[in-house]
Write a new protein. Sequence first.
Length: 311
Amino acid sequence: MSLRAYSVTMLLRVFLIFLLFPQQSQAQSNKVIPVLIVDGFSNHDWKQTTLATKSILEESGRFHVDVSTIPADSVAWATWLPQFDDYKVIIQNTNNIHNTALRWPLEAERALEEYVKKGGGLYILHSANNAFPHWKEYDKMIGLGWRQVNSGFALEIDAEKNITRHAPGEGKGTSHGDRFNALIHVMNRHPINQGYPEAWQTVNTEVYSYPRGPAENITILSYAYDSTDTHQNWPVEWVVDYGKGRVYNSSLGHLWHGEKFPPSYQCVGYQTTVIRAAEWLATKKVNYPLPENFPTMDSPSLNKELKKRHD
């Protein structure tokens, strides 16, 4: 081969490499994220909650969602143990607040702890933070939850975004008033809420007052004024570092019996946050863009398309 021909061949190879690597990088960034929803019991409508959450995530084109339903049969329950390591994000959608005999098998509890400690992402979906007061590591993972007045610290936020820590026994246990259109105020900037307005309106939601827990390694992302009960500001979303893993916890996402894609799930702000939270839990980054119709301080914004597809 002549020197000229060799030079041309090498230039072609270099050119092909430059073409190939961006394509590989793009292909990697376009890989769908595997997510597992765990459900099976709750005082809320867990079946509809799972369906709506799965739809929001998969319609974004960024996730593939499997569901593992905890068996009601005692024999099957005893051996229930999802392969958490097969997923980038676990969404916890079980709640035993009205029947504390309903639990995960001990082996499954330990497996979830190890999954998060090793670097996994855990999404605590609405009433899932009401669950499992017996499980001390769960309390550490969720940071704050629905707990009795003597269980952990409650975090209250004033108008200047200062946090007051109410000690165990001080104040009240967790509760909520009527649902209403709440104004969600950004407390700390984070990849999940990057680009959000300082405050945005969501619809028909609950604001938990006196959420309680260890409140360790916690960052409050947003808060809201409880206009129907305590008339104070309380956290709405927070993230917790647990080992090498990440936990996202939020009181948003209420879905009661008889509801099907209610307005709270049609809220563009809520749908965007679900997608971004899951993306951050999986990758530590957020690439999902802020929709043009994201709600503002003065006006909510609803996306009714998903509801129409499931009617």
